[in-house]
Design a protein around this ligand. Structure first.
Ligand code: PEP
Ligand code: MN
Length: 341
């Protein structure tokens, strides 16, 4: 259920409601919006059935949450969530007027190769560096990533460029290690419903970017995000990265309609990854433009200096000059839809 507090409810009134809910063994999630404070109550509501919350001081009304997902829903929080990334001094907030582009190689292959791309994407206007250290590869015989050494290279690239890092965590056993280096923990498409992993990253204090599962419905996607938020980590970013359909001309089918649907159902920011969605570098720029026009809050783009030599996903990686040209084009689209890049 949702408890909507009166405009101007005092701190004591809010704390009183929170305390009463906790006493009955339920978890209150307080959301302080621009207009008013809302408390989402998660758990078995039978234990508060006889608690007259609607007459508590400072309470305006008590409403059921009708959607199957609670904390991620617009019913729980009407204002868009801004996810702050890196130190506050970096000023990166995903979900606001300004769009953010996360760019870098599919995988960290060496420090040298990473630095070339990191410097190029930084100069072109990317605000976050991507790169996989732990790679979820379809075949066990292909490059699986440099692991902890890859994380060290990412940290080095961050020191040199100042760009915060987004990188994937594949396994519950690596959450602490990856969270020690990453500014955003990425949950890949193959792990979208790895509930233990979602719970684990929900217990960290790092933003989490959750990629949509290969065949996940929007409802399943939002319920996966709910697992993270339920643990108390409300800094969740959703990422549409294409879904599996009958089409074979592209690697996946970019579900662009998911962007406005997600923005309507949820307050969480939405990023689009046209690289994995299409699997073809020629399609990345057109789909990136379309994503911004559709209301995405940012993009994730794969870039490699020599895609022909890439250890993974060379076919969908942009060379730095192409990335830079695309960024210039995207600025125009951003302005046309009232955003900034
Ligand atoms: C990635 O972004 O590195 C990745 C593996 O993407 P996805 O999980 O969407 O396939
Ligand atoms: Mn990739």
């Amino acid at each position: 259920m949702i408890i909507v507090l009166k405009h101007g409810a005092t701190r004591d009134e809010i704390d009183h409601v929170v305390q009463k809910i906790k006493e009955r063994g339920l978890t209150p999630h307080v959301s302080e919006g621009k207009e008013r404070t809302i408390i989402g109550v998660i758990g078995d509501e039978r234990s508060i059935q006889n608690l007259p919350l609607s007459v508590f001081p400072g309470v305006e009304k008590v409403m059921p949450i009708l959607s199957p997902y609670k904390l991620v829903s617009r019913e729980f929080k009407n204002d868009d969530t801004l996810v702050e990334v890196g130190p506050a001094s970096a000023g990166i907030k995903i979900g606001g007027k300004r769009l953010h582009v996360m760019a870098g190689p599919c995988a960290v292959e060496s420090l040298e190769r990473l630095m070339i791309v990191a410097e190029a994407v930084c100069a072109a206007g990317a605000t976050i560096l991507r790169g996989g250290a732990f790679k979820p590869r379809t075949s066990p015989h292909t490059f699986q990533g440099l692991g902890s050494e890859g994380l060290e290279h990412l940290v080095e690239a961050k020191k040199k460029t100042g760009l915060p890092i987004v990188t994937e965590v594949l396994d519950t056993r690596d959450v602490e290690l990856v969270a020690g280096s990453a500014d955003i923990l990425q949950i890949g498409t193959r792990n979208m419903q790895n509930f233990r992993l979602l719970t684990e990253v929900g217990q960290t204090d790092k933003p989490v970017m959750l990629k949509r599962g290969l065949s996940a419905t929007i409802k399943e996607f939002l319920l996966a995000a709910e697992y993270i938020m339920k643990e108390g980590n409300h800094r969740v970013i959703l990422c549409e990265r294409g879904i599996r359909t009958f089409e074979t001309q592209t690697r996946n089918t970019l579900d662009l309609a998911a962007v406005p649907v997600l923005k309507k159902l949820s307050h969480l920011p939405v990023i689009v990854d046209p690289s994995h969605a299409t699997g073809k570098w020629e399609l990345v720029a057109p789909m990136a433009k379309a994503a911004i026009a559709a209301g995405a809050d940012g993009l994730m783009i794969e870039v490699h200096a020599n895609p022909e030599d890439a250890l993974s996903d060379g076919e969908e990686s942009l060379k730095p000059p192409k990335f830079q040209a695309m960024m210039q084009e995207l600025k125009k689209i951003a302005v046309a839809v009232g955003r900034e890049l």
